[in-house]
Design a protein around this ligand. Structure first.
Ligand code: SAM
Length: 428
């Protein structure tokens, strides 16, 4: 592809001119240059569109694009809350409704398109799936079916109870070492494996401690299903240092990193202008597969109360700035708004006068709720593109370390939105 440079002069906060994606972009594949090109195109759009997604909706009292994009604001204002609450999950739907107002986003469709693995239902003994919730069991089967089968001993990283390791060991007749921090999960997992005489050994080990490296070796297949932030980053770094033959990782919880800012792994991402903090890194996770009605109502209440408290604290502190609030115990939402405010007030050393009109602020929070949903509607368009940016950073890093790398969707989104698989095979 030759027109990556077409977008190279776009600066931050300016819409992209024209489409830098070539007409044959549906041929994006896992060839090494293709991964890099895809990353660079995503990086270009994400960087130049920062004003649409790198912001904190909760701190806003109005749509932030009044001057820069009034047409978008008019359209958002006309959207009923019901519409904003629905149709928010699918990238294509977001592209369709927002592309008249935001240039360049049509490209996301193809930039985010990954090979989808087709899962074949298997005839497995029932005991293998016992103890595993339905959707998780399907994810595990899909992951096992799709990943490489090099007939090497397996290291399962952050194994939980080792459900994946048990299936791998049964299906491939290989030894599995399951590394896990939680002692109870280790003993539960070990007894499940022992019951069936499977060659599985749990290791009670902190994956982030220096000793964890000693469990990785060359002739090995390292697997990690939904290891959070630093945990899967650590595996990618350690395994590639050790020259581990096969690495299969499905990342999740990108924001669970110890550092305040994301430290890109690959040379390409290190050149990027993007600086990502925890709040940004949470964006790809802002989607649920199916939320029951009750959960949605709770969410609306939680957000509205938070917004109501925000207005109260702005008045009390005489300061028109959002105040970060601690994460709340859920039981507070079953009580009343007054107690909720007092609880946060105590945590933030903020005195709330007895004569406060709590019902006013509670209602004001509910009135502000649609604004947040409007801002999020736009922000959500960038969830998957940002996730792909992060995935590609990991993939490109592995390439740099001498691996043949592919990315795909190991299962359908309705089983889990964290459905990306990075597969790396040593070429050295
Ligand atoms: C999201 S769960 C995934 C478990 C399993 N892979 C699965 O998909 O069912 C993450 C696991 O990482 C474990 N974990 C968290 N911190 C860890 C650490 N520092 N070292 C090793 N394991 C850790 C947790 O106890 C948990 O079992």
């Amino acid at each position: 592809m030759n027109n990556i440079d077409a977008a190279a002069s776009d600066t931050d906060d300016q819409p992209l001119k024209g489409s830098p994606v070539p007409s044959n972009c549906s041929t994006f594949n896992n060839a090494s240059d293709s991964l890099l090109e895809r990353f660079q195109l995503l990086d270009k759009i994400l960087s130049s569109h920062r004003r649409y997604w790198q912001l904190r909706p909760f701190s806003m009292l109005d749509l932030p694009w009044r001057h820069s994009n009034p047409e978008l604001c008019h359209w958002l204002e006309d959207q009923p809350l019901q519409t904003l609450e629905s149709n928010d999950q699918q990238l294509q739907e977001l592209i369709t409704c927002l592309s008249p107002f935001i240039e360049g986003i049509e490209q996301f469709h193809e930039l985010c398109l990954l090979p989808q693995n087709t899962f074949q239902q298997q005839d497995l003994p029932a005991w293998l799936g016992n103890h595993i919730p339905g959707r998780k069991w399907q994810q595990i089967q899909a992951f096992e079916q799709i990943t490489a089968r090099p007939q090497l001993p397996v290291l399962e990283w952050c194994a939980g109870k080792g459900h994946l390791g048990r299936l791998i060991s049964f299906q491939r007749q290989v030894a599995v070492q399951s590394l896990e921090l939680n002692t109870q999960l280790c003993s539960h997992g070990q007894s499940l494996a022992d019951k069936r005489h499977l060659p599985i050994k749990f290791v009670n080990q902190d994956a982030l401690a220096a000793e964890a490296a000693s469990y990785l070796g060359k002739n090995q297949h390292a697997v990690a299903l939904h290891a959070c932030g630093d945990l899967h980053l650590q595996l990618i770094k350690l395994a590639s240092q050790k020259g581990t033959q096969n690495i299969s990782v499905s990342p999740c919880c990108y924001h669970l990193i110890q550092e305040d800012r994301y430290a890109p792994l690959s040379a390409a991402a290190q050149l990027s202008n993007l600086r990502l903090d925890h709040h940004d890194l949470r964006l790809p996770l802002q989607e649920t597969v199916t939320a029951p009605k009750r959960t949605e109502q709770m969410k609306q209440q939680e957000v509205s109360w938070r917004l109501g408290f925000d207005l109260l604290q702005r008045n009390l502190r005489n300061c028109n700035q959002y105040l970060n609030t601690p994460s709340l115990p859920k039981h507070l939402l079953k009580g009343c708004f007054r107690d909720y405010c007092h609880w946060i007030g105590e945590k933030k050393a903020l005195e709330i006068p007895d004569n406060t009109d709590f019902s006013y602020y509670q209602q004001a929070g509910y009135d502000r709720y649609p604004l947040i949903r409007k801002i999020e509607r736009v922000r959500h368009l960038y969830r998957r593109p940002l996730e792909l940016w992060l995935v590609l950073d990991r993939a490109l890093y592995l390439q740099q370390q001498g691996y043949q790398v592919s990315i795909s969707e190991f299962c359908q989104r309705h089983l889990t939105p964290r459905n990306v698989l990075i597969e790396a095979t040593a070429r050295f």
